[in-house]
Design a protein around this ligand. Structure first.
Ligand SMILES: Cc1cc2nc3c(=O)[nH]c(=O)nc-3n(C[C@H](O)[C@H](O)[C@H](O)COP(=O)(O)OP(=O)(O)OC[C@H]3O[C@@H](n4cnc5c(N)ncnc54)[C@H](O)[C@@H]3O)c2cc1C
Length: 367
């Protein structure tokens, strides 16, 4: 008999949700986390009484009622609605692309006028079957919106020209012919009052948690303690990169406290021109309608990923996906249970990660 039923590697949302359900089913869990805190990338901390999203802005939104009820049982969610704005030089536009954006761009008032302008620009560009992101974007919103709000921003984000990026990246881009600045279509949306860390802490309250503990460095010793391993770290690192390394995009965050009550008037402001090196500025207090005398802002710089950097976004091209599949097969053969964005090598929103962890728990422990 080993001391624990499950060794959970990673105290992010997947690991914490799984550990919560396992302990509720009477299982003993040891959760190891290489960082010095729980929560993974949804970790938040308080500065000047303001909740700061340490690893980038996190807005909770979902259409899954079970997941919404689940997170609401660990924190109170406010009515925050994501309505970013885009700054292009001296011009300010509402996002996502909607009647407010088109009206500001062309002076149009009605959906028919906006559609006619887009159709005129799409016809002038002569694109029939979009072969890359540039052509895809132009065929959806016309040349003006593409050039001012999509082109440089996307090139900063991915570090490659839009003409060399695949069209599918932008297919999900919301385009609406109503005056509605709500970015997400999901029926449930909000920010947990006081941040996300409390949710992770509550989820982990029935487990033993070891921080500053890198599984890869203490594998044999830790494996000996538990019957099963649930692994939520990078899948290639689990096997010492023996089949090769997966690729990612990374981010650099520059956070500053300012002696100003309100710096930009919105939580998320995108900077869409190429001569501004960051993609967006987050003003954290606006996620919770804060009235503190100071403010905390974070500039977000996209960055190439090198070993040792935080792997924020998987690069799901055919080469990387094939390699990730080989690692997943190996993990299955060795009896690992995989979960979360790093082990699956996929971008997931928070609700999908929780849904996946709940489904795994349903399978193992019943609903
Ligand atoms: C910039 C950014 C913004 C985002 N914004 C949103 C948003 O607005 N809305 C939304 O729904 N989603 C958003 N997401 C997605 C969200 O962050 C993820 O869905 C979620 O955090 C994934 O949880 P996870 O448990 O899979 O991974 P993680 O949070 O990465 O947790 C994995 C944990 O495992 C630990 N770990 C890794 N290797 C080891 C090891 N060897 N030993 C021990 N521990 C290890 C890591 O340190 C980490 O804490 C955003 C993501 C990014 C990058």
């Amino acid at each position: 008999m080993k001391k624990y039923d499950y060794l959970v590697v990673g105290a992010g949302l997947f690991g914490a949700t799984f550990a919560h359900r396992a302990t509720a089913a009477g299982k003993k869990c040891l959760v190891v986390e290489k960082r010095n805190h729980v929560g993974g990338n949804v970790y938040t901390e308080s500065r000047e009484g303001i909740t700061v999203h340490t690893y980038g802005a996190h807005i909770f939104h979902t259409r899954n009622r079970r997941v919404w009820d689940f997170v609401n049982s660990f924190a109170e969610f406010n009515r925050y609605t994501n309505s970013p704005v885009a700054v292009y030089g001296d011009e300010v536009y509402n996002l996502p692309f909607n009647m407010n954006t088109f009206s500001r761009m062309w002076g149009v008032k009605t959906p028919a006028e906006a559609k006619a302008e887009i159709e005129r620009q799409v016809a002038a560009a002569g694109i029939t079957e979009p072969k890359n992101l540039e052509e895809q974007a132009i065929s959806m919103v016309g040349k003006d919106v593409y050039e001012k709000l999509v082109k440089d921003y996307t090139e900063k984000q991915w570090g490659r020209p839009c003409a060399e990026l695949p069209p599918f990246i932008i297919k999900r881009l919301p385009v609406r012919f109503v005056y509605d600045n709500n970015y997400f279509d999901d029926p449930y949306q909000g920010i947990p009052v006081g941040g996300y860390t409390q949710i992770a802490e509550k989820l982990l309250s029935g487990s033993e948690v070891m921080l500053d503990c890198d599984y890869s460095e203490r594998k044999d010793e830790l494996d000996a303690l538990a019957e099963k391993v649930v692994y939520t770290g990078p899948i290639d690192r689990l096997f010492g990169y023996s089949l090769g390394k997966l690729e990612y995009r990374s981010l650099r965050f520059e956070t500053e406290t300012l002696d100003s009550e309100n710096y930009q008037g919105n939580a998320v402001v995108n900077y869409t021109r190429g001569d501004v090196p960051y993609t967006r500025i987050i003003e954290h207090k606006h996620f919770e309608f804060g009235t503190q005398p100071k403010t905390v802002i974070t500039r977000e710089y996209p960055a190439p990923w090198r070993e040792g950097d935080e792997p924020y976004y998987a690069i799901n091209d055919p080469k990387n996906d094939m390699l990730a599949e080989k690692y997943k097969k190996l993990a299955q053969e060795k009896g690992y249970i995989l979960g979360g964005r790093l082990a699956d090598y996929r971008y997931y929103n928070m609700d999908a990660v929780i849904e996946n962890a709940l489904s795994l728990a349903d399978k193992l422990f019943g609903k």
